[in-house]
Design a binder for this molecule. Structure first.
Ligand code: SAH
Length: 228
């Protein structure tokens, strides 16, 4: 733990400290993110290291940004909100689908015990894993395959977070959720827009909640959209 915390403080004291602090204030004061662990994680993870170099100056702004392979790094608010809805703590095992840049993975690794992340594009998965290791994060693993099937080897999960929008809730993800576990994902009838949904598994079944409109890149796979 000591080597990883020294890495973190090095990253923290380096560039973009003030924009990162402003981002956290906006999450707390404007977007009403309440969970202190989520705010702390977002204050620590160096978001500028997860975007293309030419866009680093905009990495703490209130928006999504393009990354490689036509994908996006989610808006900070969406990352914070989804992480908050997941209600993970250091005893939680979490599955993430759509690791992309690895930024959300790094935030999850700060609040959860163990993170298993899936990304369908090989180059992104490799880059995300390399970034995470170079930041000294050892409780997160990124692998490349179709995340709509879940990752049964490590199931069941306390939390599952999907960062791409599909037409329905993938059945394998429901099956891999613990009783009491939370699944947070965007669901929409079109590829362009979705509603943020949280599914909580109870002893009796699944309880669905809606948490507002959102716009993610499409979830492509067996239980998502077809590759067009
Ligand atoms: N949390 C990421 C968001 C990346 S965008 C970040 O903040 O950087 C969503 C990602 O989901 C894309 O990289 C896309 O390739 C990936 N994706 C889409 N369908 C997928 C699937 N079936 N399995 C795994 N990843 C998928």
């Amino acid at each position: 733990m000591s080597s990883s915390s020294s890495n973190w403080s090095a990253a923290q004291s380096s560039s973009y400290r003030i924009p990162r602090q402003r981002m956290v204030e906006r999450l707390r004061d404007h977007y009403r993110i309440r969970d202190a662990r989520v705010l702390e994680a977002m204050a620590e993870v160096p978001r500028h290291l997860f975007v293309p170099e030419a866009l680093q100056g905009r990495s703490y702004g209130d928006h999504a940004l393009p990354i490689d392979a036509n994908q996006t790094i989610s808006q900070p608010y969406i990352v914070a909100r989804m992480t908050e809805l997941l209600e993970a703590d250091k005893s939680s095992r979490v599955l993430e689908i759509g690791a992309g840049s690895g930024y959300q993975t790094a935030v999850l690794a700060r609040v959860a015990g163990q993170v298993y992340a899936i990304e369908r594009i090989g180059d992104l998965a490799r880059q995300a894993q390399a970034r995470i290791r170079s930041l000294g994060i050892y409780n997160a693993t990124v692998k490349c395959f179709d995340g709509t099937m879940g990752w049964s080897a490590h199931a069941p999960y306390d939390g599952i977070l999907v960062a791409a929008g599909g037409p329905r809730v993938p059945d394998p993800l429901l099956a891999q959720l613990k009783v009491g576990g939370r699944l947070v994902l965007p669901v929409g009838e079109s590829r362009e827009s979705q509603r943020l949904v949280r599914v909580i598994r109870t002893e009796e079944g699944f309880q669905h909640e809606e948490h507002g409109a959102c716009a993610f890149v499409p979830l492509i796979g067996r239980h998502g959209w077809n590759e067009s």
